[in-house]
Design a protein around this ligand. Structure first.
Ligand code: ADP
Length: 257
Protein backbone atom coordinates (compact mmCIF):
# COMPACT_ATOMS: atom_id res chain seq x y z
CA UNK A 1 0.00 0.00 0.00
CA UNK A 2 2.86 2.36 0.77
CA UNK A 3 6.04 3.55 -0.86
CA UNK A 4 9.00 4.43 1.35
CA UNK A 5 11.71 6.89 0.37
CA UNK A 6 14.82 7.50 2.53
CA UNK A 7 16.99 10.49 1.67
CA UNK A 8 20.26 10.81 3.60
CA UNK A 9 21.09 14.30 4.92
CA UNK A 10 24.77 15.13 4.90
CA UNK A 11 26.71 18.12 6.23
CA UNK A 12 30.30 18.56 5.10
CA UNK A 13 30.40 14.95 4.01
CA UNK A 14 29.16 13.64 7.37
CA UNK A 15 25.85 11.83 7.62
CA UNK A 16 23.73 13.87 10.04
CA UNK A 17 20.31 12.35 9.49
CA UNK A 18 17.75 11.06 7.04
CA UNK A 19 14.42 12.20 5.68
CA UNK A 20 11.83 9.45 5.48
CA UNK A 21 8.89 9.93 3.12
CA UNK A 22 6.01 7.47 3.34
CA UNK A 23 3.49 7.77 0.50
CA UNK A 24 0.15 5.99 0.41
CA UNK A 25 -0.07 4.91 -3.22
CA UNK A 26 -2.95 2.46 -2.90
CA UNK A 27 -5.48 4.73 -4.63
CA UNK A 28 -2.96 5.92 -7.21
CA UNK A 29 -1.99 2.35 -8.12
CA UNK A 30 -5.59 1.19 -8.19
CA UNK A 31 -6.48 4.00 -10.61
CA UNK A 32 -3.47 3.23 -12.79
CA UNK A 33 -4.38 -0.49 -12.90
CA UNK A 34 -7.98 0.39 -13.81
CA UNK A 35 -6.76 2.74 -16.55
CA UNK A 36 -4.50 0.03 -18.03
CA UNK A 37 -7.27 -2.56 -17.90
CA UNK A 38 -9.71 -0.14 -19.55
CA UNK A 39 -7.23 0.67 -22.36
CA UNK A 40 -6.65 -3.06 -22.99
CA UNK A 41 -10.41 -3.72 -23.05
CA UNK A 42 -11.08 -0.79 -25.39
CA UNK A 43 -8.43 -2.06 -27.84
CA UNK A 44 -9.98 -5.52 -27.80
CA UNK A 45 -13.54 -4.17 -28.20
CA UNK A 46 -12.46 -1.97 -31.13
CA UNK A 47 -10.53 -4.74 -32.84
CA UNK A 48 -13.40 -7.23 -32.91
CA UNK A 49 -15.78 -5.20 -35.15
CA UNK A 50 -12.86 -3.78 -37.17
CA UNK A 51 -11.55 -7.27 -37.98
CA UNK A 52 -15.02 -8.31 -39.07
CA UNK A 53 -15.45 -5.18 -41.26
CA UNK A 54 -12.03 -5.74 -42.83
CA UNK A 55 -12.66 -9.41 -43.57
CA UNK A 56 -16.08 -8.76 -45.13
CA UNK A 57 -14.81 -5.81 -47.17
CA UNK A 58 -11.97 -7.99 -48.52
CA UNK A 59 -14.22 -10.77 -49.77
CA UNK A 60 -16.54 -8.19 -51.36
CA UNK A 61 -13.57 -6.43 -52.98
CA UNK A 62 -12.22 -9.72 -54.34
CA UNK A 63 -15.57 -10.57 -55.94
CA UNK A 64 -16.00 -13.71 -53.82
CA UNK A 65 -19.63 -12.95 -52.96
CA UNK A 66 -22.56 -13.94 -55.16
CA UNK A 67 -24.58 -10.86 -56.28
CA UNK A 68 -27.65 -12.04 -54.33
CA UNK A 69 -25.57 -12.19 -51.11
CA UNK A 70 -24.05 -8.71 -51.41
CA UNK A 71 -26.84 -7.07 -49.38
CA UNK A 72 -26.31 -9.56 -46.54
CA UNK A 73 -22.54 -8.91 -46.39
CA UNK A 74 -23.00 -5.13 -46.69
CA UNK A 75 -25.50 -5.42 -43.81
CA UNK A 76 -22.80 -7.06 -41.68
CA UNK A 77 -20.41 -4.19 -42.37
CA UNK A 78 -23.15 -1.70 -41.49
CA UNK A 79 -23.97 -3.49 -38.19
CA UNK A 80 -20.33 -3.69 -37.10
CA UNK A 81 -19.69 -0.04 -38.02
CA UNK A 82 -22.77 0.91 -35.97
CA UNK A 83 -21.31 -1.02 -33.02
CA UNK A 84 -18.07 0.94 -33.36
CA UNK A 85 -19.92 4.26 -33.31
CA UNK A 86 -21.96 3.21 -30.26
CA UNK A 87 -18.77 2.13 -28.51
CA UNK A 88 -16.92 5.37 -29.24
CA UNK A 89 -19.94 7.42 -28.12
CA UNK A 90 -20.19 5.45 -24.86
CA UNK A 91 -16.46 5.88 -24.20
CA UNK A 92 -16.83 9.65 -24.69
CA UNK A 93 -19.84 9.71 -22.33
CA UNK A 94 -17.95 7.79 -19.66
CA UNK A 95 -14.82 9.90 -19.87
CA UNK A 96 -16.91 13.10 -19.60
CA UNK A 97 -18.54 11.72 -16.44
CA UNK A 98 -15.14 10.64 -15.07
CA UNK A 99 -13.68 14.09 -15.56
CA UNK A 100 -16.78 15.61 -13.95
CA UNK A 101 -16.48 18.25 -16.66
CA UNK A 102 -19.05 19.92 -18.90
CA UNK A 103 -21.87 17.40 -19.17
CA UNK A 104 -24.78 19.87 -19.27
CA UNK A 105 -26.84 22.28 -17.21
CA UNK A 106 -28.69 21.27 -14.03
CA UNK A 107 -32.46 21.67 -14.28
CA UNK A 108 -35.71 20.56 -12.66
CA UNK A 109 -36.72 17.37 -14.43
CA UNK A 110 -39.95 15.39 -14.67
CA UNK A 111 -38.95 11.70 -14.52
CA UNK A 112 -42.36 10.88 -16.01
CA UNK A 113 -41.62 12.95 -19.13
CA UNK A 114 -38.16 11.44 -19.57
CA UNK A 115 -39.54 7.91 -19.06
CA UNK A 116 -42.26 8.53 -21.65
CA UNK A 117 -39.74 9.85 -24.17
CA UNK A 118 -37.42 6.85 -23.64
CA UNK A 119 -40.35 4.44 -24.05
CA UNK A 120 -41.24 6.13 -27.32
CA UNK A 121 -37.66 5.82 -28.61
CA UNK A 122 -37.51 2.14 -27.64
CA UNK A 123 -40.98 1.20 -28.91
CA UNK A 124 -39.67 -0.36 -32.17
CA UNK A 125 -37.15 -2.54 -30.25
CA UNK A 126 -39.85 -3.61 -27.78
CA UNK A 127 -42.33 -4.41 -30.57
CA UNK A 128 -39.73 -6.43 -32.44
CA UNK A 129 -39.20 -8.57 -29.34
CA UNK A 130 -42.92 -8.60 -28.48
CA UNK A 131 -42.14 -7.04 -25.10
CA UNK A 132 -44.92 -4.93 -23.54
CA UNK A 133 -43.89 -1.68 -21.84
CA UNK A 134 -45.90 0.23 -19.26
CA UNK A 135 -45.41 3.28 -17.03
CA UNK A 136 -47.07 3.37 -13.62
CA UNK A 137 -47.28 5.77 -10.65
CA UNK A 138 -45.88 9.27 -10.39
CA UNK A 139 -43.36 11.29 -8.43
CA UNK A 140 -42.15 14.85 -7.91
CA UNK A 141 -39.55 16.73 -9.92
CA UNK A 142 -35.86 15.98 -9.47
CA UNK A 143 -32.78 18.16 -9.96
CA UNK A 144 -30.30 16.85 -12.50
CA UNK A 145 -28.72 17.13 -15.92
CA UNK A 146 -31.41 16.12 -18.45
CA UNK A 147 -29.01 14.30 -20.84
CA UNK A 148 -27.60 12.17 -18.01
CA UNK A 149 -31.03 11.32 -16.57
CA UNK A 150 -32.19 10.29 -20.05
CA UNK A 151 -29.08 8.17 -20.69
CA UNK A 152 -29.56 6.34 -17.39
CA UNK A 153 -33.23 5.56 -18.03
CA UNK A 154 -32.54 4.71 -21.69
CA UNK A 155 -29.77 2.22 -20.80
CA UNK A 156 -31.89 0.54 -18.11
CA UNK A 157 -34.89 0.17 -20.45
CA UNK A 158 -32.73 -0.89 -23.40
CA UNK A 159 -31.29 -3.73 -21.29
CA UNK A 160 -34.70 -4.62 -19.85
CA UNK A 161 -35.90 -5.25 -23.43
CA UNK A 162 -32.68 -6.86 -24.72
CA UNK A 163 -32.38 -9.37 -21.86
CA UNK A 164 -36.11 -10.13 -21.79
CA UNK A 165 -37.91 -13.15 -23.17
CA UNK A 166 -40.24 -12.92 -26.12
CA UNK A 167 -43.68 -11.89 -24.91
CA UNK A 168 -42.25 -10.54 -21.62
CA UNK A 169 -42.82 -7.15 -20.06
CA UNK A 170 -40.99 -4.08 -18.80
CA UNK A 171 -42.72 -2.02 -16.12
CA UNK A 172 -41.45 1.44 -15.19
CA UNK A 173 -42.76 2.57 -11.80
CA UNK A 174 -42.47 6.10 -10.40
CA UNK A 175 -42.92 6.70 -6.70
CA UNK A 176 -42.32 9.25 -3.98
CA UNK A 177 -40.55 7.52 -1.10
CA UNK A 178 -39.48 8.82 2.30
CA UNK A 179 -35.91 9.46 1.20
CA UNK A 180 -36.65 10.96 -2.21
CA UNK A 181 -38.09 10.31 -5.67
CA UNK A 182 -37.78 6.91 -7.29
CA UNK A 183 -37.96 5.21 -10.66
CA UNK A 184 -37.74 1.46 -11.02
CA UNK A 185 -37.39 -0.54 -14.21
CA UNK A 186 -38.53 -4.14 -13.75
CA UNK A 187 -38.32 -6.83 -16.42
CA UNK A 188 -39.38 -10.44 -16.79
CA UNK A 189 -36.12 -11.46 -18.45
CA UNK A 190 -33.25 -13.87 -17.93
CA UNK A 191 -32.17 -12.39 -14.58
CA UNK A 192 -28.62 -11.92 -13.26
CA UNK A 193 -26.82 -14.53 -11.11
CA UNK A 194 -26.09 -13.36 -7.57
CA UNK A 195 -22.30 -13.45 -7.98
CA UNK A 196 -22.52 -11.19 -11.06
CA UNK A 197 -24.86 -8.60 -9.55
CA UNK A 198 -22.07 -6.25 -8.42
CA UNK A 199 -19.89 -6.89 -11.44
CA UNK A 200 -22.47 -5.89 -14.09
CA UNK A 201 -21.71 -2.24 -13.31
CA UNK A 202 -18.03 -2.74 -14.28
CA UNK A 203 -16.80 -1.59 -17.67
CA UNK A 204 -17.13 -4.27 -20.34
CA UNK A 205 -18.35 -6.91 -17.89
CA UNK A 206 -20.93 -9.21 -19.50
CA UNK A 207 -22.56 -12.11 -17.69
CA UNK A 208 -22.69 -14.28 -20.75
CA UNK A 209 -21.20 -13.24 -24.05
CA UNK A 210 -23.59 -15.49 -25.96
CA UNK A 211 -26.52 -13.57 -24.42
CA UNK A 212 -24.99 -10.16 -25.13
CA UNK A 213 -27.46 -7.69 -26.60
CA UNK A 214 -24.80 -6.63 -29.08
CA UNK A 215 -24.38 -3.61 -26.82
CA UNK A 216 -21.12 -1.94 -25.88
CA UNK A 217 -20.74 -3.48 -22.40
CA UNK A 218 -20.64 0.08 -21.02
CA UNK A 219 -24.36 0.75 -20.49
CA UNK A 220 -24.49 -0.04 -16.77
CA UNK A 221 -21.16 1.72 -16.12
CA UNK A 222 -22.72 4.85 -17.57
CA UNK A 223 -25.77 4.25 -15.34
CA UNK A 224 -23.57 3.92 -12.25
CA UNK A 225 -21.29 6.89 -12.99
CA UNK A 226 -24.21 9.03 -14.18
CA UNK A 227 -26.18 8.33 -11.01
CA UNK A 228 -23.11 9.09 -8.85
CA UNK A 229 -22.63 12.38 -10.73
CA UNK A 230 -26.23 13.35 -9.95
CA UNK A 231 -26.02 12.20 -6.33
CA UNK A 232 -28.58 9.45 -7.02
CA UNK A 233 -28.46 5.79 -6.00
CA UNK A 234 -28.90 2.68 -8.15
CA UNK A 235 -29.94 -0.68 -6.68
CA UNK A 236 -30.39 -4.01 -8.35
CA UNK A 237 -32.58 -6.92 -7.33
CA UNK A 238 -32.59 -9.90 -9.63
CA UNK A 239 -33.57 -13.53 -9.73
CA UNK A 240 -32.10 -15.86 -12.30
CA UNK A 241 -34.70 -16.94 -14.84
CA UNK A 242 -37.36 -14.60 -13.39
CA UNK A 243 -36.20 -11.06 -14.08
CA UNK A 244 -34.41 -7.99 -12.78
CA UNK A 245 -35.38 -4.71 -11.23
CA UNK A 246 -33.13 -1.64 -11.23
CA UNK A 247 -34.13 1.19 -8.90
CA UNK A 248 -32.91 4.75 -9.26
CA UNK A 249 -33.46 6.97 -6.22
CA UNK A 250 -32.89 10.73 -6.16
CA UNK A 251 -32.42 11.76 -2.52
CA UNK A 252 -34.41 14.69 -1.09
CA UNK A 253 -31.32 16.90 -1.38
CA UNK A 254 -31.80 17.18 -5.12
CA UNK A 255 -35.54 16.79 -5.47
CA UNK A 256 -38.68 18.76 -4.70
CA UNK A 257 -39.72 16.52 -1.79
P1 ADP B 1 -24.30 -4.60 -22.54
O1 ADP B 1 -23.98 -3.66 -23.63
O2 ADP B 1 -23.58 -5.91 -22.65
O3 ADP B 1 -25.77 -4.77 -22.34
P2 ADP B 1 -24.31 -3.33 -19.90
O4 ADP B 1 -23.24 -2.62 -19.16
O5 ADP B 1 -25.54 -2.55 -20.19
O6 ADP B 1 -23.66 -3.93 -21.21
O7 ADP B 1 -24.71 -4.61 -19.05
C1 ADP B 1 -23.69 -5.47 -18.58
C2 ADP B 1 -24.20 -6.91 -18.51
O8 ADP B 1 -25.17 -7.02 -17.46
C3 ADP B 1 -24.90 -7.39 -19.76
O9 ADP B 1 -23.99 -7.89 -20.72
C4 ADP B 1 -25.82 -8.48 -19.20
O10 ADP B 1 -25.07 -9.68 -19.04
C5 ADP B 1 -26.18 -7.96 -17.82
N1 ADP B 1 -27.49 -7.24 -17.78
C6 ADP B 1 -27.70 -5.91 -17.82
N2 ADP B 1 -29.01 -5.62 -17.70
C7 ADP B 1 -29.66 -6.80 -17.58
C8 ADP B 1 -31.03 -7.16 -17.42
N3 ADP B 1 -32.02 -6.25 -17.34
N4 ADP B 1 -31.33 -8.48 -17.32
C9 ADP B 1 -30.34 -9.42 -17.38
N5 ADP B 1 -29.03 -9.14 -17.52
C10 ADP B 1 -28.67 -7.84 -17.63
Amino acid sequence: CCRLFANPVEQNGTLTGAVLIIMDVTEQERREALRREFAANVSHELKTPLTSILGTAEILRDGLVRPEDVTHFAGNIHREARRLIDLVNDIIRLSRLDEGGAVGQWESISLRQVAQSVMEQLRPAAEQKKVAMALEGDCGLVRGVPQIVEEIIYNLCDNAIAYNREGGSVILTLSQVEGGQRLSVADTGIGIPREAQNRVFERFYRVDKSHSSGGTGLGLSIVKHGAAYLGARVELVSELGKGSSFTLTFPCGNTDC
